[in-house]
Design a protein around this ligand. Structure first.
Ligand code: C2E
Ligand code: CA
Ligand code: CA
Ligand code: CA
Length: 285
């Protein structure tokens, strides 16, 4: 039976919720789904930004846009809770388009303010990726916001990418032609291999944080991460390790020449105004 409960994450002051079966909807879940339908027009969403750092220079090399839902009663609802609901109901399409537009607008504003141009990465869900008019939507957003395509990075998870490789290749070819930056997210979790992904026009590989979390617990994991980095580099991909929290993880990643890191050790995801403060500090470094 579906166990559903809320647990207050005291440290971060937000609610997380757990369910054993999303398909069996409890009243709480149905309520949440209902309020999700109005969240966009009620302007309850926010985009947070998490900087990614170049290991060698220590400089910010990009940002990832991460969606947040500020629910009037429940507070901050985690994406792991509402994104599956949004995906299932199809709401992820308009919500995702709002994230894209917001992130592009923000990135352009940072450039106009004189900060070193960065790519901002936006996560694409399966339903968005499958939209027949994805290229048109993206072109419109870029035109509207005035952002050059090379400063928009699109992240698709490894599992989305390998679901239908031929389809994925066609979409990515079209996106590549537009000039946007393409990356595979959560690499290592999708049971694929780099040799299969090699057929795709990719720029960037993000090693899933579960590997980094296991690094100090399991010696074998170090070898796996190293193999991913070496192979990725041979394929000409930029590599980012996600979820870096400890200095020793950073040291290891440095020793194997992983290019970028993203994680709480450097920065947590923050609201746009805080991200701007980070960029100001970075500029004055
Ligand atoms: P993701 O794309 O893999 O994003 C990275 C997640 O790792 C983020 O969780 C981020 O806050 C978290 N993270 C970053 N550094 C650390 C660290 O050092 N330690 C740990 N433990 N976690 C770290 P978040 O923001 O909760 O997002 C969860 C997932 O929700 C994302 O995983 C992504 O799959 C999805 N998501 C977020 N925003 C969007 C969006 O706009 N559209 C879509 N389709 N999915 C999104
Ligand atoms: Ca991501
Ligand atoms: Ca990821
Ligand atoms: Ca993920």
């Amino acid at each position: 039976d579906a166990a559903l409960y809320y647990a207050k994450d005291a440290g971060r002051n937000n609610y997380q919720f757990y369910t054993t079966a999303l398909s069996t909807k409890t009243p709480e879940l149905l309520t949440l789904e209902k309020s999700l339908r109005f969240a966009l027009e009620r302007e309850e969403f926010m985009v947070y930004y998490q900087p990614r750092v170049n290991i060698i220079t220590g400089q910010i090399s990009g940002m990832e846009a991460l969606l947040r839902w500020q629910h009037p009663e429940m507070g901050l609802v985690a994406p792991s809770v509402f994104i599956p609901l949004a995906e299932e109901s199809g709401l992820i399409v308009p919500i995702g388009e709002w994230v894209l537009r917001t992130a592009c607008k923000q990135n352009k504003a940072w450039q106009d303010a004189g900060f070193t141009p960065l790519t901002v990465a936006v996560n694409l869900s399966l339903k968005q990726f499958r939209q027949p008019n994805l290229v048109e939507i993206l072109n419109n957003i870029l035109k509207e916001t005035g952002l050059e395509p090379k400063f928009l990075e699109l992240e698709i998870t490894e599992s989305i990418a390998i679901e239908d490789l031929e389809f994925t290749r066609n979409v990515l070819d079209a996106l590549q032609e537009m000039g946007v930056y393409l990356s595979i997210d959560d690499f290592g979790t999708g049971h694929s291999s780099l040799s299969r992904l090699q057929l795709l026009p990719l720029h960037h590989l993000k090693i899933d944080k579960s590997f980094i979390q296991e690094l100090t617990r399991d010696d074998k994991v170090a070898h796996i991460i190293k193999a991913i980095v070496v192979l990725g580099q041979n394929l000409g991909l930029r590599l980012t390790a996600e979820g870096v929290e400890k200095a020793e993880e950073l040291e290891f990643l440095k020793s194997i020449n992983c290019e970028d890191v993203q994680g709480y050790l450097f920065y947590r995801p923050v609201a746009a105004d805080k991200a701007t403060e980070i960029l100001i500090k970075e500029k004055n470094k």
